[in-house]
Design a protein around this ligand. Sequence first.
Ligand code: HSE
Length: 321
Amino acid sequence: MKRQETIKAYAPATVSNLGSGFDIIGFPIRDAGDTVLLRKSDTPGMRIAGITGYTGVPWLPEKNTATFALMKFFERLEVDYALEVEIHKGVKPGSGVGSSASSSAAALVAANKWMGSPMSKMQLVELAAESEAMASGSSHADNVAPAILGGITIIRSYEPLDVIRIDPPAELWTVLLHPQIEVRTETSRKMLPESVPFKDAVCQWGNVAGLISGFYRSDYELIGRSMQDVIVEPVRSRLIPGYYELKETALQEGALNCSISGSGPSVMALCKGEEKAHAVCKAMEASYETTQVPFQTYVSPVNPQGAYIVDDDPGMGAAGQ
Ligand code: HSE
């Protein structure tokens, strides 16, 4: 089969954990993501030919999540490769919205299409999770699964990987406030407790069950109260200046609940409806201005769509911004 010269794919940023669902629940957002372009090369191997947008990701192919995932993909297929890779980072590394996952998801979806779709989406999720392990020291799939599959994804099991995708409730929106400080996933994972009291475990799995029930029933109040996280939030909130004040503001303004997005420092609030999400965002902005920490905000519906092939457009900068 004669392959085209280039192919490009886009994968969205993702919010994971959602409070109680640590390491197992996530969803993509709209209007922020990474784009990865693959180009045939005459030189065997893989080279990163360009990284645009946000900086701070490795140029070494073995260390970059996009190219690492590609290497695993071609190794798994037992196919030689000669590739140049261009990455447009629309998701800031270390922000808590799955920056490394966006890159690996886009790269894998592009490569899979290029090769005639030899792998299922679930196999791509598995490979992308290996890339997360390389980057953060632990294999978690709660960003890569929603980045590839879209919708709300639940990791039922890691060994073997078993992912459930559900359609998001129609009116589920999120507000993200990203304090402009970097929290490395590796660092915030090292803070996690090695064991948890039994009563906390019971509380947490009750909440996870409630969260999933809430999604299936589009019961927004149930979703909100089931985001309660008694294990991770108390520890990681220490990394985020003004976290509890911000959470209180979001709740007072009518958010369903508020928690840490991924490993932070972004803070996410879930809301019912676009109008409420914008009101909550405004209140959170006003509250956070008092901290003197610069920040950015996003308002987005929970996105049912995951990574996709981008039809030709004039340049790498055009997609995913
Ligand atoms: N579930 C992971 C964590 C996501 O919270 O460490 C990392 O982005």
